[in-house]
Structure formats: structure tokens, C-alpha cells
Write a protein that binds this ligand. Structure first.
Ligand code: AMP
Length: 184
């Protein structure tokens, strides 16, 4: 099964993606963690990504797609994956589809964790991470509204969008995701 998890900053994407991976026994590709890991170990990807991650801007598309082109060829993700943090724009969603087509793969579902903006704000400001200053948080929310919401239309038009209420206790959200994914 190949799944994308969509949601704003603080929507619970990371938690839900991890639970889903253990429930479905498939690997997780968490883009934010991958980028932070690459920066910490000073790889080529890390060097390219660092100025963007530090300021909360999106890493350029060409860098991201080149990374996935190599990453999705590795054996551990051959039978499926859960992608968290990518795509973040409709352009990235389209690029991902092109790439999957080239690789002879297809996305099964995009799961949208629907959470009201006020809840996103209060959850995000409770988190403490070095790239989580108030300005960066606001910038991420702005980017999310401008760039991520159009992805929903993209997947909706392709009948790939599954919406789940993300404003519930994490276990309940997970139950709902598993239910909706297994009902197709
Ligand atoms: P996250 O932990 O998912 O909030 O991601 C942390 C940072 O990684 C973001 O602020 C961006 O700088 C970068 N990043 C994560 N996902 C993407 C993406 N899909 N495209 C470009 N940059 C990304």
C-alpha cells in the first residue's frame, strides 16, 4: 500500500504516520526527519536543504524530487510506504505522480487529517523544536494554507482523497484511518 498523509503543522501527521506504518507493516518516509538527519550528518542533501529548513521555507522541488527518485528505488520501500511531509504543494503532488509512473508504481490514497486552524496553532505552539520559533510557526501555517490546501483538490479530482477527522484522540484518529483505508 502506498499512502500519503496530509495535514497542517500540528495535525498529527507524524504520530498517525508512525502508527499506520506499524499497523500495516510498511516503512515510513518522514520528509522533515529525513531532511533534519541529512543536515545533521552533512550529506549533499543536507547541505542543499539547510538554509531552507532553518527558515521554514520549502526546499526546492528539484532537490526533493531528485531525492525521491533515488530513495523510492531502494528495496525496503519496494512493496509500499507511508509518505509524511511530501507532497506539500499541488506541484509536488503532480511531480510525485510522474515519478511513480516512471517507476511503475501508483499511489493508493492521500489521507487528509482535517484539523481546525485554531487547533493547529495551539498544538504547534506547544511543541518545542529548534525550528519552531513563533515566526517560523506562522510562516509554516501561511505556507500550508497557500500551498498545501490545493493538494486536496488535486487528489479529490483523481478520487484518491480520504478525509479523516484529526481533531480527536490519536488512537481514535488511527482507528478511523485504518477503517477508511481497509474499506476500499
Ligand atoms: P516538517 O518537520 O515536516 O515540518 O519539515 C521541516 C522542514 O523541512 C520544513 O520547514 C521545510 O523546510 C522542509 N520540508 C519538509 N517537507 C518538505 C517538502 N515536501 N518540500 C520542501 N521542503 C520540505
Amino acid at each position: 500500500m502506498r499512502l500519503v498523509i496530509l495535514g497542517g503543522p500540528g495535525a498529527g501527521k507524524g504520530t498517525q504516520a508512525e502508527l499506520l506504518c506499524s499497523n500495516l507493516s510498511i516503512p515510513l518516509l518522514a520528509v522533515g526527519d529525513i531532511l533534519r538527519g541529512a543536515i545533521a550528518s552533512e550529506t549533499d542533501l543536507g547541505k542543499l536543504a539547510m538554509p531552507y529548513v532553518e527558515t521554514g521555507e520549502l526546499v526546492p522541488d528539484a532537490t526533493m524530487i531528485q531525492f525521491f527518485r533515488q530513495r523510492l528505488l531502494l528495496w525496503d520501500v519496494f512493496n509500499g510506504w507511508v509518505l509524511e511531509g511530501y507532497p506539500r504543494t499541488a506541484f509536488q503532488a503532480e511531480e510525485l505522480d510522474f515519478l511513480l509512473f516512471d517507476l511503475g508504481q501508483e499511489l493508493d490514497w492521500a489521507i487528509w487529517l482535517k484539523v481546525p486552524t485554531e487547533v493547529l496553532l495551539s498544538r504547534s505552539s506547544d511543541r518545542s523544536r529548534s525550528d519552531d520559533s513563533p515566526e517560523i510557526l506562522q510562516r509554516r501555517l501561511d505556507l500550508f494554507e497557500e500551498q498545501t490546501l490545493p493538494i486536496l483538490d488535486y487528489y479529490e479530482h483523481r478520487n484518491k482523497l480520504l478525509t479523516v477527522n484529526g481533531d480527536q484522540p490519536p488512537e481514535k484518529v488511527q482507528q478511523d484511518i485504518v477503517k477508511v483505508v481497509s474499506s476500499y
